[in-house]
Ligand binder design. Structure first.
Ligand code: GAR
Length: 214
């Protein structure tokens, strides 16, 4: 099989990066190769995880640049020195500039801790508690210029039993750690197509993304 490499962008803990790295140990068609990890935070634990796993990593500090475009251009310069087929935003807490998105059109996916289109942006667990929602979950979508608005690829949900932020966050993480590697492997194995605004997985159309049950 052809090689397929992923660039992971993460701003914090990087437990989702870890879930991608764990697939390497499976040594089968679902295994994912992460070729580089980037963070906008020098102290992000995600970078430590990369280091521990001998994955190349780098950080660029947004404070050193006068605007988003210049920061993204610096990230892009460095990123281009690595080989990758897909950019995965796994807890990357910045918006990408239009120029950056244009460069990698259709090749950036984002993991989001809610059942999109519900609750784009921040504080999703709090919003679920405030609204006493019956279900919560996570979504993976292609990135476009809007805030968490791109075509949904897949999502997974659970019924809420306890309205407590840390509990919900842990449950969402549990789901994310399965959902993200699975969707990356679908892309890697070319089982997923997105053409003329139609998403197909294994030749079945999913206009609103496919639900995965774990
Ligand atoms: C994940 O829950 C991810 O969905 C969320 O950040 C967390 C990162 O966890 N992403 C966003 O909120 C993006 N807007 P991790 O650092 O342990 O992978």
């Amino acid at each position: 099989m052809d090689s397929f490499n992923i660039a992971v962008f993460a701003s914090g803990n990087g437990s989702n990066l870890q879930s991608l790295l764990e697939t390497k140990k499976l040594n089968n068609e679902d295994s994912i190769d992460v070729s580089v990890v980037f963070s906008n935070k020098l102290d992000a634990y995600a970078l430590k995880r990369a280091e521990k796993n001998n994955i190349p990593f780098f950080s660029v500090n947004p404070a050193s640049f006068e605007n988003r475009e210049k920061f993204d251009a610096a990230v892009l310069d460095k990123l281009k020195t690595f080989n990758f087929d897909l950019i995965v935003l796994a807890g990357y807490m910045r918006i990408l500039s239009k120029e950056f998105l244009r460069e990698f059109e259709g090749k950036i996916i984002n993991l989001h801790p809610s059942l999109l289109p519900k609750y784009p942006g921040l504080n999703t667990h709090q919003k679920v508690v405030d609204n006493k929602d019956s279900h919560h979950g996570a979504t993976v979508h292609f990135v476009d210029e809007g805030l968490d608005t791109g075509q949904i690829i897949g999502f997974s949900k659970f019924k809420i039993k306890e309205y407590e932020i840390h509990h919900l966050e842990a449950k969402v993480h549990e789901i994310e750690h399965k959902l993200l590697p699975l969707i990356c492997s679908l892309i890697k194995n070319k089982r997923l197509k997105f053409k003329n605004n139609v998403l197909e997985i294994d030749n079945i159309e999913y206009p609103d993304g496919k639900e995965f049950n774990f």
